[in-house]
Design a binder for this molecule. Structure first.
Ligand code: ZN
Length: 307
């Protein structure tokens, strides 16, 4: 289902009152969003990287459901999932309690990162690093980071961190639709990620707990507990997975993310001279993998965590 005017997203209709916005990685949305009709109103799950893209989400919602959304939810605290909140002024924004706390604690530092001069500086640094990158995965990473930073720069005037103002801990049934709920299983990709589960339709929006064709980022959460969270997601029995990034998939998206996270843990525990485990080899030399390994090695040393 195409929506005129949206260069940020491709829309996938999953039947009764569920529209998925699959974000282009070279647009201003970056993360996927789930649009769900409720009676009355409806929910936008994850608002994207920029208010510009989020206005596309609002327009798509209105075209599809012939009414306005009535609430927003953020799967986690990363900028590419929350900065679109500003396009939904006046609506309640839901998130886990910990997501709100961290965004409030780091509000000043995160806001400083969004200033125009800072973003211009970041782009210059990324371009310099890209010119020295030696592998294709590394260059691809830099290209993506540069693109994301440019999208932020293009909407810098509007970029505001608006943390969730409504919070839940582990379970929030949504009013106005049977079997629709927000769930949190604790720390994984970040300190407290939330997912949207539609049990009647067996559709699960995972935020960045599961990704398709994009490397998971492991630098903000709990690598070992992430695996337990993925087991919990499996137990929900969803047939359609809307990952945080990448196309709509089946339950194999959860398995693929599990293989990646397990392989990073395994590689981080092994001597650095050992060859990378198979699932990581396509990403060899990439900045994201280097960062994930560095974070998990530090994390293992700091916590003494062992299986
Ligand atoms: Zn994230």
């Amino acid at each position: 289902m195409a929506h005129p005017g949206s260069s940020q997203y491709t829309y996938v209709d999953l039947g009764d009152d569920i529209l998925v916005a699959v974000a282009r990685l070279d647009g201003g949305g970056i993360c996927n969003s789930g649009l769900v009709g409720l009676e009355p109103g409806g929910m936008v799950f994850d608002s994207g990287l920029t208010t510009r893209a989020a206005r596309d989400l609002r327009e798509a919602f209105e075209l599809r459901f012939h009414r306005s959304p009535s609430l927003v939810a953020n799967s986690h605290r990363h900028m590419d999932h929350i900065l679109g909140n500003g396009a939904f002024a006046g609506l309640p924004i839901w998130g886990t309690r910990r997501t709100r706390e961290i965004l409030l604690e780091r509000f000043d530092a995160l806001s400083a990162e969004l200033r125009r001069e800072q973003l211009e500086n970041d782009i210059r640094e990324l371009e310099a690093q890209r010119s020295e990158a030696r592998t294709d995965p590394a260059r691809a990473d830099f290209d993506l980071f540069i693109q994301i930073t440019r999208a932020l720069l293009n909407s810098a005037e509007e970029a505001r961190i608006i943390p969730p103002d409504q919070t839940f801990e582990s379970h929030l049934p949504l009013v106005g639709r049977a079997g629709a709920e927000l769930r949190s299983f604790g720390s994984g990709h970040t300190e407290a990620d939330a997912v949207l589960f539609l049990s009647r339709e067996r559709v699960l929006c995972t935020g960045d707990l599961a990704l398709v064709g994009v490397q998971p980022s492991m630098g903000s959460g709990h690598p070992r507990h992430w695996l337990e969270v993925l087991d919990e997601l499996d137990r929900l029995g969803a047939e359609r997975i809307i990952p945080g990034h990448g196309p709509v998939a089946g339950p194999e998206a959860i398995d693929e993310t599990r293989r990646y996270v397990t392989a990073v843990l395994e590689a981080a525990e092994a001597p650095p001279t050992r060859p990378l485990p198979g699932p990581l080899r396509p990403w060899e030399g990439s900045l994201s993998l280097r960062e994930n390994l560095r974070f998990v090695r530090d994390w293992l040393a700091r916590t003494g965590d062992r299986p």
